[in-house]
Design a binder for this molecule. Structure first.
Ligand code: SAH
Length: 489
């Protein structure tokens, strides 16, 4: 199991600084005993211009079995283990990632006692992995490394056997990454993504594995479009741990983007000086449109999904026809603000029995959300990565299944009308997408058809003859009580 890391340099910034960064002297070959065998670190080249460090792990089958890795979860011998013993000895599997973290612990943490300034500096790096086991193939390798700041991600198929090209390709690819990165960022990516690509079933999941993932993913994983796949595979598809990891990643991302600005920005752009009369802020008009649609639907028990700081919950409480109001958000910080806004603590018993705030991610089915009259998703869907949207659709339309669902989202066509919004920009940093009217209708129509709802569209804000309204709302109503057969999976 084998990988190399190279860098180039100049007399002032010699490439051999790599030795300091890795805490391994370029002049000697070293051996380390790890839980899975012996790791070797050596430098095939070490000049001021070019320096390459190689990490090679000699897997020791006896050590593997002694450590209990030879047994599956139920204690039965694990057939997947055989792969590591019979595998090409240089395949860079999840075991190599474990060796990497052991041998280069300080480098992974970005520590360098001898030269504390070094880890801070990005440098030209080239990582080569001659045989990377990749379940999902080269395409997935590109999806995973593509968004991580490398100038080039190259993959080549590895033939099953060079002597017999007609046998086709093996499950390995040769991977070369090149770019200007900090070494610790590169190592932490590899530490996470090697086991993710290997997708080995035998991988032992310790209780602190989520913490390890989040530590190694610091600064790159939360914003990665494939963070859900990465978490699921890294955690060997352990459901509860994966859910926990994804929630914490979503929170980290929202904290970075500061999830509270959506309304502020809408207000700011709404009050642009060219507005004829002081217009009602868009957020207020949106709330009024939602309240009107809920009243028309005759809803009494209402979910506010992605309730944020609780403005809608507060408005619902003022109308006694809403007998039960549940605000759900993934962000504890938003919920804490909502609780303060509502003065939950000082609320009388009668009032407080009407309202509940729940923490949870909308990308998971949640039994607590079943059986309500209506659900509101106000300015929420655009905060989810597109690949995660079907999970939300299932959780809301398939599992919770309220009679009415209201979804609002920005109409991107209207963005040209915001004076203060530079062309081509979304309205909020955390928006993963903003749709045209046509795109929104295509999405809503397909969701309605899949889950047995009918859908109508309501403009929110001034309906511009050319570009439409600033906010678009879809009103879904159940056509049947249960989803169409076979659609609910
Ligand atoms: N509904 C409010 C807030 C919109 S901002 C309004 O109309 O003003 C989007 C909200 O969705 C944020 O509070 C964010 O924390 C929440 N959110 C984003 N992704 C979520 C998820 N996966 N699960 C639950 N809430 C989420």
């Amino acid at each position: 199991m084998f990988l190399t890391i190279s860098t180039t340099g100049t007399p002032e910034r010699p490439a051999t600084d790599l030795g300091f960064l890795l805490h391994k002297h370029p002049g000697k070959a070293q051996e380390f005993s790890t839980s899975h065998g012996t790791a070797h670190v050596f430098y095939p080249e070490a000049t001021a211009e070019r320096c390459t460090a190689a990490l090679l792990l000699e897997v020791d089958p006896v050590a593997l079995v002694r450590r209990g890795h030879g047994k599956g979860r139920g204690g039965a011998p694990d057939a997947a283990l055989a792969q590591y013993v019979n595998d090409r000895p240089y395949a860079a599997s999840s075991l190599l990632a474990v060796a990497l973290s052991g041998v280069f612990r300080s480098a992974l943490a970005g520590r360098c006692t001898a030269r504390p300034d070094l880890p801070e500096q990005p440098r030209p790096l080239r990582v080569e992995i001659p045989a990377l086991p990749a379940r999902g193939g080269a395409e997935l390798v590109h999806r995973l490394f593509g968004p991580l700041g490398w100038a080039s991600v190259r993959t080549e198929p590895v033939a099953l056997d060079e002597r017999f090209p007609e046998w086709g390709d093996s499950r390995y690819v040769r991977l070369v990454l090149e770019g200007e990165l900090k070494l610790d960022d590169a190592l932490r990516q590899l530490y996470v993504l090697l086991p993710v690509l290997d997708d080995a079933k035998h991988y032992w999941i310790a209780p602190d594995e989520v913490d390890k993932l989040l530590r190694a993913g610091d600064g790159w994983l939360a914003a990665h479009p494939e963070h859900a796949l990465i978490a699921a595979r890294y955690l060997a598809r352990h459901k509860r741990l994966t859910q926990n990891a994804i929630e914490r990643l979503e929170l980290a991302r929202l904290a970075e983007a500061d999830g509270s600005e959506a309304e502020e920005l809408d207000n700011a752009v709404d009050e642009s000086p060219d507005a004829e009369e002081r217009s009602v802020p868009l957020a207020v008009r949106r709330r009024e449109a939602v309240l009107a649609a809920l009243r028309t639907a005759g809803a009494a028990r209402v979910l506010d999904l992605g309730c944020g700081q609780g403005q809608l919950v507060q408005a619902l409480l003022k109308d006694v026809s809403f007998t039960e109001i549940v605000g759900v958000d993934v962000s504890m910080r938003a919920l804490a603000t909502a609780a303060r806004r509502l003065r939950l603590e000082r609320m009388g018993e009668r009032q407080s029995s009407r309202v509940t705030l729940l923490q949870g991610s909308l990308a998971y089915t949640d039994k607590r959300l079943a059986g309500y009259d209506a659900a509101v998703l106000s300015e929420v869907i655009e905060h989810l990565d597109l690949p995660r949207l079907p999970a939300l659709e299932y959780a809301v339309f398939g599992a919770a299944r309220p009679r009415t669902v209201l979804v609002t989202t920005p109409n991107v066509e209207y963005n040209v009308r915001w004076e203060s919004l530079p062309a081509g920009h979304v309205r909020h940093r955390d928006h993963r997408f903003e749709w045209t009217r046509e795109e929104f209708r295509a999405w809503a129509g397909q969701v309605a058809a899949k889950y047995g709802y009918t859908v109508a569209y309501v403009p929110v804000g001034d309906d511009d003859p050319e570009v439409g309204p600033p906010t678009q709302m879809a009103v879904f109503t159940t056509a049947t009580d249960t989803p169409k057969e076979g659609e609910a999976a």
